[in-house]
Each structure stands twice: as C-alpha cells, then as structure tokens.
Design a protein around this ligand. Structure first.
Ligand code: ADE
Ligand code: ZN
Length: 326
C-alpha cells in the first residue's frame, strides 16, 4: 500500500488537538448564519487567505477572533462532532481533545454551555463511530492565575467529563510557575496534568525543567527541544513521560517541522507522539501529519507503527482500556 493509505489506516490515538482549532471555514459560515453574525470575509477562500502565519502570535491573532461564531451548546457539539468524524476517517480510535473555556467565558458564553455541547459529541462518537473521546480543559496562560483558578472551580463540577487540564496560548512572559498553585489544586481534585512547552520561545528549556521538576506533569505538549539537555531526556524516559508533537503545526509557527528533534526522541525510546494541533488552520489532520513527517524524515513503516503504539502508551486511557489497543 502507499504511504497515505498506510498512515491513515494505522489505528491511533490523537492526544494534542484543540477543538477550537478544528473550525473549518465552511462550518464557520454555517454557524455565523445560524447565529446572525456578520463576518468580514465573504468566501472560504477569503478566510483561508488570512492563514499566513509566521509564528504562534500571528496564528493566535486569527484563532481567537474566529471563535465568536461559537455561541450555543449546539455550536460546540457541531464543532467537535465534525472533528471526530474527520479524525475517525484518518484512523483515530481514541482522542483526548483540548478545549479553551476561557476563550468563551471571557466573551460571555457560559462554561456550562461549552461543556454541554462538547460532551454530547463525546458520547455520540462512542456510540456512532466507536471512537472513545475525552476532554482536556486548557487554561489560557495569558490570562491571570486567579481566572484560571475560577475556571478550575467550574470544571470541578464536571469532573467525570474532564480527564485532565492543560495550559496553552502564548508562552512568552507566562512561564509554568505562574500556574503552579492552580495545577497543584487540579492534581488534588484528581485531574491529570499536561502543559504546552512551545518550541523556540524564550526560556523554553527552563520551562521544560520546571514542568518536570516543580509541576510534575503527566505529559508535555510539544517540548521536543528537551533534546538540548540529555539529562532531562533521561529523566523523561525513566518516567515514561509522553510528548505530543505536531509536525505540520511546527512548520507554521517555527518554519520547520522539528523532525530532527522528534526522530531523536523516537530513536531514544521516549514516548513521542504525532498529532495535528489546529488542523483546520494548518491544513493537516493527524494522518496527514504522519505522512508529512515520514516524507521529511524518511521514516520506515515500522517507525510509523511505533509512533502509533506510543500514542496509546502516552494516552490517559486506563490500563484495562489501553490493553485493547496495544
Ligand atoms: N492554542 C491553540 N493552539 C495552540 C498552539 N499551537 N500553541 C499554543 N496555544 C494554542
Ligand atoms: Zn497545541
């Protein structure tokens, strides 16, 4: 079989996916019409023309404003359901999906409406696609620690629907330590922990050291520049820590896929995984990311299989459910 069929056909888990980053222009127009919202762009092509990202900041400047079409529980359901169908078509059998409640509560949408819609899609995916799905709530690191703590208190009421918490948005000037207390409380409440440690941002290797040693996260999102410090790599390997990397996203926000770092971690036996991040904006769902990395780095079929195995091993499936896949 050809690379695309093989990569898409491999059963896999997706562990780094922002639901708000799956908003395709076509759905954006449909939701805008449904909610009576006027959009500046009038065609899908005009929307895509705004996707000329050069770094994380220029991506986020397009990503957040687009969310104003998401208003009702149905909107959040439709967004997640569209993603789950697309992911299923590229071999995803388990998805742990980030969502950004503060991108909605900060503009007046109730937390309860966001989670109600997303939860309905999770339940539907299990029933209609046989895809198991979980939600990971992210705090926006450019908002205050107090606002994050208040959002955590909202989430506590929905503990059984949220497997863990993460941290995303712009890392510059917002290091992990800013949220140490919030993450300690989240741990106490029973949530698993992950955090974006974005590549090529100031002080990033120090941020990785701090999330490993102070916050003691259960996983790291991006973070492949850990290869700069072999002692940290050894620590991550010893702990069986998973890394969720996003090759095509990297090529937009850093101008390279970071395939050298990803492959170095793979060869080292670290649980590195391949994911899509914001597929509607970067034009690649998870199977497409396997293909892009394989082409750039000249990976063998056995490497792609190992990456898929890693996706289950780094997942937050319970051991009994994980055993169904690996
Ligand atoms: N929020 C959505 N996508 C993100 C990314 N790639 N990095 C940081 N925050 C994000
Ligand atoms: Zn991300």
């Amino acid at each position: 079989v050809d690379l695309v069929s093989f990569a898409h056909g491999l059963p896999k888990a997706e562990l780094h996916l922002h639901l708000e980053g799956t908003l395709e222009p076509e759905l954006k127009f449909a939701l805008a019409a449904r909610n009576g919202i006027d959009l500046a762009e009038k065609t899908v092509e005009e929307v895509r023309a705004t996707y000329d990202f050069t770094d994380l900041t220029s991506f986020l400047a397009v990503y957040y404003p687009a969310m104003r079409v998401l208003v009702t529980p149905d909107d959040f359901h439709d967004l997640a359901w569209a993603y789950l169908q697309r992911a299923h078509a590229q071999g995803v059998v388990h998805a742990e999906m980030f969502f950004d409640p503060q991108a909605h509560t900060s503009r007046g949408v109730p937390f309860d409406d966001v989670i109600a819609g997303y939860r309905r899609a999770v339940v539907r995916a299990e029933r209609e696609l046989g895809v198991s799905a979980e939600l990971i709530m992210c705090f926006l690191r450019d908002f205050s620690a107090e606002y994050a703590m208040a959002t955590l208190m909202d989430a506590v009421r929905y503990k059984s629907w949220i497997v863990g918490v993460g941290l995303d948005s712009d890392e510059r000037d917002h290091p992990p330590a800013k949220f140490a207390e919030v993450f300690a409380r989240a741990r106490q409440e029973g949530f698993l922990l992950t955090m974006h440690c974005d590549i090529d941002q100031v002080g990033s290797i120090d941020n990785i050291r701090s999330v490993l040693n102070q916050i003691e996260v259960d996983r790291i999102d991006h973070g492949t520049n850990i290869v700069e410090d072999p002692s940290l790599v050894a620590l991550a390997k010893e702990r069986g820590l998973g890394f969720t990397t996003c090759p095509v996203s990297n090529s937009f926000v850093t101008e390279q896929m970071k395939s050298d770092e990803i492959v170095a971690l793979l060869r080292e036996g670290v649980k590195v995984t391949i994911n899509s991040d914001d597929p509607a904006y970067f034009g690649a769902y998870v199977g497409d990311n396997y293909v892009a990395l394989a082409e750039e780095a000249g990976l063998a079929a056995s490497d792609l299989v190992q990456l898929a195995i890693n996706s289950f091993e780094a997942s937050w499936l319970t051991p009994a459910r994980r055993a169904a896949y690996v």
